[in-house]
Write a protein that binds this ligand. Structure first.
Ligand SMILES: [Zn+2]
Length: 429
């Protein structure tokens, strides 16, 4: 019966992902900074896509359109940059992954599992989980929301235990899902919520800190990536430009007011790194800005969950210079990475910690990490979750890895939160 179901699912999936016919992806391993910069400029030149960001001595994953395949490989060869095939037929791989996810959904249902960390949840399931946790914990949890371009709630969960003396506590902000296709991020954010609220083992984290968690910054994009295009990155807005009807959305993580659209972004709505028509053009970004005004002055640590690459990256992304907090950013970043490492599986890549432009060779502008750091939050990181595992060639980790990734990341967040409070907690008094 299960075989029949799988065959049927393959047949349904076959009609999808047509736009990826002929696409390939490659592992590309730059051996030094010169090769790293060359790789980045080749990727930018042909408007290719890093599925996993580059760094020296590591496999990046680059998605390559058929029309640029030959020239891409020729340019890599010219620069003697090492590469191997990651996925030879991207469309077929996406079809297989769809079928696997569907099969897993029915297995999970068969076993009547209550875990939410054994599969990638649908948007409605995430919304329901957050509503439920707020309802069950009215003294600790407040659920509020903004509204996405297509009218979906952008949930924000505040976890705050009133303090005895009514002093204001430092805040930790965690967000996920700004990039639609990075499904492991929202699951990891939900895991953090479950640890803080359901289990509450680390009591100091609740007694001494407040938490603001946005598990799904870009719900329209997530929905679209789950139903239509699993490699979708952007929002789904159609009001930026005449071309936005045909090519919706902007990269929300390039749309914030920090050297907007000057480095590493595009002005073409059809590009994945389109910065939007103006600063804060995306309603999802406007909601982020409002939250900065509400919570920013008390925030000591901001972590934005992305995938994949096993990297902890900090400012400044536009030019690779270091901020005045670089020493704290590096040392706390290493503490977070070490805590994750101690809880990681042996086949997971080790984390790299550093300035985002230097580690990845890629300049960015308008990112949340730079914007929030510039606006006074002392520790802001992109935490790029692991993904390139020995046992998979896919674009998201196998669902059986979700709980492990969420668990080890939580260990890192715990350490980061305590270090942030110790270093910067009395700034806000
Ligand atoms: Zn991302």
């Amino acid at each position: 019966m299960r075989v029949l179901t799988l065959v049927a699912l393959f047949a349904v999936a076959y009609a999808k992902h047509e736009q990826y016919q002929g696409w390939k992806s490659y592992y590309v391993r730059p051996s030094d900074q010169t090769q790293l910069r060359s790789l980045t400029s080749i990727v930018q030149k042909y408007k290719l896509d890093f599925i996993s960001k580059a760094s020296v001595g590591r496999n990046a994953v680059v998605l390559v359109k058929p029309q640029y395949n030959d020239v891409f490989l020729r340019e890599l060869a010219d620069q003697t940059i090492a590469y191997t095939v990651h996925v030879n037929d991207v469309k077929a791989q996406l079809d297989i992954e769809d079928a696997q996810l569907e099969a897993r959904k029915s297995i999970t249902k068969d076993e009547d599992s209550t875990s939410i960390f054994d599969r990638y949840l649908e948007l409605e399931e995430i919304d329901a989980y957050l509503a439920d946790i707020a309802k069950k914990n009215p003294d600790l949890v407040t659920l509020q929301n903004g509204t996405s371009f297509e009218g979906r709630p952008i949930n924000l969960l505040k976890i705050s235990k009133p303090s005895d003396d009514e002093t204001e506590k430092p805040i930790i902000i965690i967000d996920a899902g700004i990039h639609s296709r990075e499904w492991i991020g929202p699951s990891t954010a939900l895991y953090a919520i479950s640890k803080l609220v359901d289990e509450a083992i680390e009591q100091d984290l609740i007694d001494e800190l407040d938490w603001v968690i946005l598990p799904m910054v870009n719900p329209d994009g997530y929905k679209y990536s789950r139903t239509t295009d699993p490699l979708w990155v952007k929002t789904r807005s159609t009001d930026n430009d005449e071309k936005s009807v045909e090519c919706p959305g902007a990269d929300a993580n390039s749309n914030f007011d920090f050297y907007w659209n000057l480095f590493g972004t595009s002005s073409d709505p059809c590009d994945d790194n389109y910065a939007g028509s103006k600063v804060h053009s995306e309603v999802e970004v406007q909601y982020g800005q409002q939250n900065l005004e509400e919570f920013g002055y008390r925030t000591v640590l901001y972590i934005s969950l992305h995938s994949y690459g096993s990297q902890i990256l900090y400012s400044w992304g536009h030019d690779g210079t270091l901020s005045q907090q670089a020493f704290a950013l590096q040392t706390v970043g290493i503490s977070i990475a070490n805590a994750i490492q101690q809880n990681a599986k042996p086949n997971y890549p080790r984390y790299i910690v550093g300035n985002s432009a230097l580690v990845t060779g890629q300049q960015t502008s308008g990112s949340t990490v730079d914007y929030l750091h510039y606006n006074g939050i002392p520790l802001t990181y992109n935490l790029v979750l692991p993904g390139v595992l020995d046992n998979t060639r896919g674009f998201n980790p196998d669902p059986t890895e979700i709980e492990q990734i969420a668990k080890e990341t939580w260990a890192g967040i715990v350490v980061g939160a305590r270090r942030a409070k110790d270093l910067f907690g009395n700034w806000i008094k």
